[in-house]
Design a protein around this ligand. Structure first.
Ligand code: FES
Length: 197
């Protein structure tokens, strides 16, 4: 699909995007669609954020090149990318909401439902797989009582199985929110899950 077809340009992908794209991992409740809608009245950027949007747009020959980082900003601000957020971001770029929706659903790095307070992404790619990731994932699933791709009923943790996060030398590993947890063992998983409140 070409960019003009509505698919995002690969030139704008970050390494992290590529990993997640390759994973085919659905983000939590993605299969449930937009089960819970955000408040449109609060789906707006601050003046400072709008200035940042304009700065990002100015970095590209086509301002649309800033769409992915602005969607990241929206996710950080609103917690996930709701239909309202898609429409809001579309307006910032003069794009149709359908176009932005295609981008959001193309990449697996955007949450299309509100995730848990903590996101535990366990790598299950080759190096981690060979180092025991399947057992680590099963252990985490048992401890949390959920499957990969799900969120605990109390909203505390979302568990994901993801592709390579580029820390293969410390396999098996996981990303817990913004930090890497390396050389995982079941005991280490227990400790890190217990630390997530
Ligand atoms: S295979 Fe797991 S970090 Fe690379």
């Amino acid at each position: 699909m070409s960019e003009s077809d509505g698919a995002p340009s690969t030139s704008n992908r970050t390494p992290a995007d590529s990993h997640r794209l390759a994973s085919g991992v659905e983000h939590p409740a993605a299969s449930h669609g937009h089960a819970s809608l955000s408040d449109p009245a609060t789906t707006v950027f601050s003046e400072g954020q709008l200035a940042e949007v304009r700065r990002l747009q100015s970095l590209y020959p086509d301002p649309q090149g800033a769409l992915l980082p602005v969607l990241h900003m929206a996710q950080e601000t609103f917690g996930w990318i709701s239909l309202d957020a898609e429409e809001y971001v579309a307006g910032l770029f003069g794009l149709s909401p359908a176009h932005v929706h295609e981008v959001v659903t193309f990449y697996t790095l955007y949450f299309r439902a509100r995730p848990g307070r903590h996101v535990v992404s366990i790598c299950h790619n080759l190096s981690c797989h060979l180092a025991g990731a399947p057992g680590i994932i099963e252990h985490a699933k048992r401890r949390l009582g959920i499957d990969a791709g799900e969120t605990t009923p109390d909203g505390r943790v979302t568990l994901l199985a993801v592709e390579c996060l580029c820390a293969c030398e410390a396999a098996p590993m996981a990303q817990v929110d913004d930090r890497y947890e390396l050389n995982l063992t079941p005991e280490k998983v227990d400790r890190l899950l217990e630390g997530l409140r």
